[in-house]
Write a protein that binds this ligand. Sequence first.
Ligand SMILES: [Zn+2]
Length: 293
Amino acid sequence: MYTWFTDLYASLLSRYLARKLHHGLLFSGAKGIGKFSLAEQLSHTLLCKQPTVDGPCGHCQSCHLRAAGNHPDYHILESEKQLGVDKIREGIAKLSGTAQMGGNKVLLIPKADTMTEAAANALLKTLEEPTANTYLVLITDSINKLMPTVLSRCEKHVLPLPSIQQSLNYLHEKGVKEADEALLGAYGNAPLRLEEALEGGDEFNYRVFSDGMQALLVSDPKMQPQNLSSKWQDDAIQVALWCQLQAQQNYIQHQSPRYYAHYSACVEAVRTLQHPGVNKSMVLFGLLKTFQR
Ligand SMILES: [Zn+2]
């Protein structure tokens, strides 16, 4: 679990030990802050036979089974795209009856917003009247995609972004040495998104973009709007958003109408790029041309 969740985890844990933890929890927050790690750590504690204020003991049979990936009362509901009603029913069925290990049963739904309407409806009853010793932990990046009926039955925790310093400390410890405030900002201040982009072998990341833009502005003949727009067209929306971020930072620093014009062009480009069938390369070309002015 990530250090920025330490306080929240401690408070959830102490409520659990005091038998005051709600059975249906929802963790929402930006993508790339590690929400799953918090849910996982909490689940491990819920399954442990002798949890303490430090969390799961790590020695009991439950902890061993869980560590081996074989705990019979621990279920994670994942699905490629949409989480359908069958999958939810399957999950609920596993929660009926007593826990095989005699402790708690935990059902984790990492992408709760991918539940279809029927799936969400199927989950309502369990959220309302769960079987004994049952906990459901839902996670989402997009809380507004969840049905109000699901939301109202969960105890909601909005997980904030870690501070810049916490994120940079984490990234530097992980060996992502080039991480700095600007780079982090390009990934919405979400440290795991930046880590993935730089370390996950993404061919196109902010560094590539930033180098390309610099070359464009000094009129490097190999890095002209024509080349860049065709090279970057698959990531067109991301490029436009990064251009927008640069324009915004420039405008804040220099207050020049030139940068305001860049910013407006970006907003327009992002909007245009949302349309299916749009010629992305052409839109980017126009945008990058604006940046040369
Ligand atoms: Zn244990």
